[in-house]
Design a protein around this ligand. Structure first.
Ligand code: UDP
Ligand code: MG
Length: 191
């Protein structure tokens, strides 16, 4: 059997990763796995032994140890029975990257990284708006500052790493662009 094909989707919090992923699923038949959603699901499971730990990391905008995140991703991949995945919001730091390579390097093929670019002011505005209804414990200005800080310090170097491997496809998800306009560009990356 062929190895599953993976596209990583990275970008600042609020850059529109999840929104574009939904559209990619509809058009191109990928299975969307949001690392953040998988972690929130695990956190909400009363039987989980790592629920409290995940809660603390998310609230502080810190990155959960890769054993947990990558374990959840692999479990979801296997459970889906599918072979084309969008992995949204992962890998976010060196620990994530090396953990992925160790655990999944032989089992999956990373096709490319879809990198959604968006200025911080635009992201901030979107997240604070989303925070009015999302119920997310990290969609508030304090957590958001920490998330941006983590993104700049830890995630941007990962994008740079894949860029050096010529695996990054960058799209403009920023100022004044509607999700549909952004998707017109995203489509080109998947043809
Ligand atoms: N998170 C993590 N590892 C991941 C993905 C997410 O630790 O691989 C945690 C991290 O604390 C992050 C939070 O989950 O700030 C929310 O991530 P999500 O991708 O849902 O939101 P985004 O910041 O991209 O809007
Ligand atoms: Mg998201």
């Amino acid at each position: 059997m062929a190895k599953p094909r993976v596209v990583f989707v990275l970008g600042a919090p609020g850059s529109g990763k999840g929104t574009q992923c939904e559209k990619i699923v509809q058009h191109f038949g990928y299975t969307h796995l949001s690392a953040g959603d998988l972690l929130r699901q695990e956190r909400n499971d009363p039987a989980s032994e790592v629920g409290q730990l995940i809660h603390n990391y998310i609230k502080e905008g810190k990155i959960v140890p890769v054993e947990i995140t990558c374990g959840l991703i692999e479990k979801a991949m296997v459970k889906s029975g599918k072979s084309k995945f969008l992995i949204d919001g992962f890998p976010r730091n060196h620990d994530n990257l090396s953990g992925w390579n160790e655990q999944m390097g032989e089992k999956a093929e990373v096709a490319f990284v879809l990198f959604v670019e968006c200025p911080e002011e635009v992201c901030t505005e979107r997240i604070l708006k989303r925070g009015q209804s999302s119920g997310r414990t990290d969609d508030n200005i304090e957590s958001l500052r920490k998330r941006f800080n983590t993104y700049t310090k830890e995630t941007v170097p990962i994008v740079r790493h894949y860029d050096q491997l010529e695996k990054v496809r960058k799209i403009n998800g920023g100022t004044g662009r509607t999700p549909d306009e952004v998707f017109e560009d995203v489509k080109q990356m998947f043809q």
